[in-house]
Design a protein around this ligand. Structure first.
Ligand SMILES: Nc1ncnc2c1ncn2[C@@H]1O[C@H](COP(=O)(O)OP(=O)(O)OP(=O)(O)O)[C@@H](O)[C@H]1O
Length: 321
């Protein structure tokens, strides 16, 4: 059985504490959670979220809900088999690093889950509901940062954010108040009423991030969310994601920046040629005889060892003549 222990705002798995990647949760704390866990287990078998109410010295135990379930998900475009019988369960509070080579099918999976691609085989459930049922209310609980977005560049940040906030059911005043505070925290206070067309790439990315968070979604899909952000902003966003997950939000994080995926993900899911070929924490992947960085594990699992050879050929062609 897997347990997640939350204490003083830290949220991690027992395996994390053993690996020493983050400050360890003491064995005493884990032991003290056991009676509450045991009684919850007899009532409702499964996986549990164990939360210590700091100061009250009491354990709060509730089942970890599967937020997302893919069963035998397959997708073809014409004759091309893009997704091949994918099974995946994602639990509440998890940050999933969803990685794979170009063209592996990552965006296609995300678009299916967002309801942007409606034809597929298999079953996709979000918040316990089959998304093919025709009930689209689940979308209100989702936030999305696309890899490339058509921001309505003629709108100001204020207009764009209040517009998207209202689409998610917020009142104009509520969306404005929240957007103004968030843009200030992201250093965009002075340009809140400027047109997005005048923004730098990083500033636009901040608007997209704010827009995905404004309505306090329970599930976030992030596609290269750090694109164009400076090092300070990257630190802020990584911290925000860790805190959101500690508070029970679920994050599906797709990126090619392996160093970040390695650091922030509770679980790494590797898609190659439409199939899931690895699923586990970074420590678990390393434990399966795949030593090294996530970049090296990625190269090994996808069977790629040609980088030196290809680079040599490119440089030779560039320097010809
Ligand atoms: N609308 C479409 N029509 C036809 N083929 C498509 C369509 N969308 C995606 N594909 C194909 O599906 C495959 C997977 O594409 P997808 O965008 O899901 O890959 P990805 O893993 O997100 O890649 P990247 O890392 O480059 O963003 C590719 O071969 C792509 O050409």
């Amino acid at each position: 059985m897997r347990i997640r222990v939350t204490e003083s705002g830290f949220n991690r798995r027992k395996s994390d504490s053993i690996s020493g990647k983050r400050p360890p949760i003491s064995e005493k704390v884990i032991q003290s959670a056991k009676p509450a866990l045991q009684s919850a287990k007899t009532r409702n078998p499964g996986t549990f979220h164990v939360k210590m109410l700091v100061g009250i010295k009491k354990w709060q135990v509730r089942p970890i809900e599967p937020i997302l379930e893919l069963k035998q998900l397959s997708k073809t475009f014409g004759n091309e088999h893009v997704l091949k019988e994918i099974d995946l369960t994602v639990n509440e509070g998890e940050i999933i690093g969803y990685i794979g080579p170009n063209g592996a099918g990552k965006s296609t999976t995300v678009k299916i889950m967002l309801g942007l691609i409606e034809e597929f085989d298999g079953q996709v459930s979000i918040f316990g509901e089959d998304i093919s049922s025709g009930d689209h209310t689940y979308k209100k609980r989702i936030g999305y940062v696309p890899e490339t977005a058509d921001l309505y560049e003629n709108l100001t940040a204020y207009e764009y954010l209040t517009f998207t906030g209202e689409l998610y059911g917020m009142s104009h005043e509520e969306a404005d108040a929240k957007a103004a505070e968030l843009t200030k925290l992201f250093g965009l206070e002075e340009v809140y009423h400027s047109r997005i067309s005048s923004f730098s790439k990083g500033m636009k990315q901040k608007v997209l991030l704010i827009s995905s968070l404004l309505h306090n979604p329970d599930l976030l899909f992030l596609d290269e969310p750090l694109s164009g952000l400076d090092a300070n902003s990257v630190m802020i966003v990584k911290e925000i994601l860790a805190k959101l997950a500690a508070g029970g939000k679920t994050i599906f994080y797709s990126s090619h920046i392996m160093e970040v995926v390695e650091k922030i993900s509770h679980r790494i899911v590797l898609l190659s040629d439409g199939r899931l070929i690895a699923d586990g924490s970074f420590e678990e992947l390393k434990g399966q005889n795949m030593d090294g960085t996530l970049e090296e594990i990625f190269n090994e699992l996808t069977g790629f060892d040609e980088h030196e050879n290809i680079a040599e050929k490119v440089v030779a062609i560039v320097q010809e003549g």
